[in-house]
Design a protein around this ligand. Structure first.
Ligand code: ZN
Length: 458
C-alpha cells in the first residue's frame, strides 16, 4: 500500500478543483468543485467522478468551483463526512442552494426549447433538494485544530485569506509506519486584502499542492484603486448620473461595502443611495457580519454602521425594478460580476445609454461575457433583443482581487523551510509555467504541473 494523489480537476485549468488522496485502504477527496466555462465545458460535470469509494471530503472553501460537485458526489453514493471550516459550511448553504436554483432554471429554459423541437427533457445537474441533502454531511472545523478524520489521516485548517472561511489544508498521512505531510494551499488570498488576514505561512511540508491563478503577474497597487474609485464618484456627482457596480456576491461585494463605509466622508457619500441589489449578496454580507471575529477589519464594525444608513438592501424583483426610476444619485451593486446574467442587466439597460452614468467593473471579465465586451470598448450591446448604445463611462478597477499575486505566491512558498516539491494546480498553463520558473529560480524547488487524470506516488 502506498500514499497516492490523483489530480481530477483544476489541473492546467482554474475550475473543477478536485484531488483524490489514497492512504492505504482509505480514500479522501480534496475539494469537489464544479467545472465552469462554456456550455460544453459545463456538460463535463455530468460525467461521474472516477473515484470509486470515498471515505471523506476535505473542502478548502465555499466557491462553487471548489464545492459545486458535492451534490453530485452524494448522488454517486457518497454519504460520508465533508470537513470544512464552519464559515465555509454556512457559505455553502447559500452558494450550493443558489447554484442548484440556477441549474433548475437552466434545465427549465432548455426544456422549453427542446419540447418545441420534439426532443426529450433534460434534468437539472442537481436540484435544491440535492443541495440541501449534502449540507447534512458537513462536519464543521475551526482553524488551527489538528484532528484525526480517518485511520491514518489527520487534518488541520489554516486561514487562507481568500474568502470567509477559506482554508489551507494540512494533512498528515500515515502508512506502513511512516508519515507524510501534504499541504494543499486551496485558493490563497491577497496579502493586501481589505477584510481578511493574509494567508498563514506554513513552514513544513513533504509535498505541496499549490494554486497558481496569478502565477505570472502582480496586482496593481491598492492606492491606485482607491484614487480611481474616488475620482469616479466625484465625476458622477458632478455629472448627476448613477454608478453601476457589477459585483460577485461573496467577497468583492463586502470589500466594496467596507470601502464605501471607510471613505464615506471623504467621498461625500451622504448624498448617494447605495443599493445592495442581490438577495445572495445580502445574505452573504450578513454572514460576513456574523463571522466578523475572523476578519481584521470587521465589516460594519461598531461606530461604522451608522455611516451605512444609506445602504438599501433590495430583496425582491419589485424592489430591484424600482431602482430604475432613479435618474441620479444611485450606486447600485448587483450581480452578476461579469454581467452575463442577473439583476445588473436591467440596470445596464436603463443607464448604459446615458453619458452621465458610470459602470465600474471590479473583477476579472472572462472572454464572451457582456462585461468583457464593455471593457473592450463595445459601442453597442444587445440586451433582450434590443440594441443599446454605450454612452456611459466604463471603468476597470483592479486591486480588489481575492487571489494572491505572483509576489504573494512566491513569498508564501518561501516560508517552507525545506523547499518541498510542488505540484501546481488551479491555474492556466501560462501562469503555471511562469510560476514554476520563478519557484525553480528563486528556491531551487522541484515543480510539477500535473495534467487532469495524472497521479503522483508519495
Ligand atoms: Zn476561490
Amino acid at each position: 500500500m502506498a500514499i497516492e494523489i490523483k489530480f481530477l480537476g483544476a489541473a492546467r485549468s482554474v475550475t473543477g478543483s478536485c484531488h483524490l488522496v489514497r492512504v492505504g485502504e482509505h480514500t479522501l477527496l480534496l475539494d469537489c468543485g464544479q467545472i465552469q466555462g462554456s456550455h460544453l465545458d459545463e456538460e463535463l460535470n455530468r460525467v461521474p467522478l472516477p473515484v470509486g469509494r470515498v471515505d471523506a471530503v476535505v473542502l478548502s472553501h465555499a466557491h462553487i468551483d471548489h464545492s459545486g460537485r458535492l451534490p453530485l458526489l452524494r448522488k454517486q453514493g457518497f454519504h460520508g463526512p465533508i470537513y470544512t471550516h464552519r464559515a465555509s459550511r454556512d457559505l455553502c448553504d447559500i452558494m450550493l442552494r443558489d447554484a442548484a436554483y440556477l441549474h433548475e432554471k437552466d434545465a427549465e429554459w432548455q426544456n422549453k426549447k427542446r419540447h418545441r423541437k420534439g426532443l426529450a427533457s433534460v434534468t437539472p445537474l442537481y436540484t435544491r433538494d440535492d443541495a440541501q441533502a449534502v449540507l447534512g454531511q458537513f462536519a464543521p472545523l475551526e482553524y488551527g485544530v489538528r484532528q484525526r478524520i480517518l485511520p491514518g489521516v489527520e487534518v488541520r485548517l489554516r486561514n487562507a485569506g481568500h474568502i470567509l472561511g477559506a482554508a489551507i489544508v494540512e494533512l498528515w498521512l500515515e502508512d506502513a509506519g511512516r508519515t507524510v505531510k501534504l499541504v494543499f494551499s486551496g485558493d490563497l488570498g491577497y496579502a493586501g486584502a481589505l477584510l481578511l488576514d493574509p494567508p498563514t505561512p506554513i513552514d513544513e511540508a513533504d509535498v505541496l499542492l499549490m494554486e497558481s491563478t496569478y502565477g505570472d503577474r502582480d496586482h496593481r497597487p491598492f492606492d491606485a484603486t482607491l484614487r480611481e474609485l474616488e475620482s469616479i464618484i466625484r465625476g458622477a456627482t458632478d455629472a448627476g448620473g448613477n454608478i453601476l457596480i457589477p459585483a460577485f456576491a461573496v467577497g468583492r461585494t463586502q470589500d466594496l461595502l467596507y470601502l464605501l463605509a471607510e471613505h464615506y466622508d471623504a467621498w461625500k457619500l451622504e448624498r448617494w443611495q447605495i443599493y445592495l441589489d442581490s438577495p445572495m449578496a445580502i445574505e452573504t454580507t450578513e454572514l460576513y457580519w456574523r463571522y466578523r471575529d475572523l476578519q481584521r477589519n470587521g465589516l460594519f464594525r461598531e461606530g461604522r454602521s451608522p455611516r451605512l444608513a444609506n445602504v438599501i438592501a433590495s430583496q425582491t424583483t419589485e424592489d430591484s425594478m424600482r431602482i430604475n426610476e432613479t435618474r441620479s444619485g444611485a450606486i447600485v451593486i448587483a450581480g452578476s460580476g461579469m454581467c452575463n446574467g442577473g439583476r445588473i442587466l436591467q440596470h445596464l439597460k436603463h443607464n448604459l445609454w446615458r453619458p452621465e452614468c458610470h459602470v465600474v467593473l471590479v473583477g476579472f471579465q472572462a472572454q464572451g461575457t457582456l462585461g468583457r465586451r464593455l471593457v473592450d470598448g463595445a459601442e453597442h450591446v444587445r440586451l433582450w433583443h434590443e440594441t443599446i448604445k454605450v454612452m456611459a463611462q466604463i471603468h476597470t478597477v483592479g486591486g480588489l482581487s481575492a487571489h494572491a499575486d505572483r509576489t504573494g505566491l512566491l513569498g508564501w512558498y518561501g516560508a517552507f523551510k525545506k523547499r518541498p516539491p510542488v505540484c501546481l494546480v488551479h491555474g492556466e498553463p501560462t501562469a503555471q509555467q511562469a510560476l514554476a520558473a520563478g519557484l525553480k529560480e528563486k528556491f531551487g524547488a522541484e515543480v510539477r504541473i500535473p495534467a487532469r487524470g495524472e497521479s503522483a506516488v508519495l
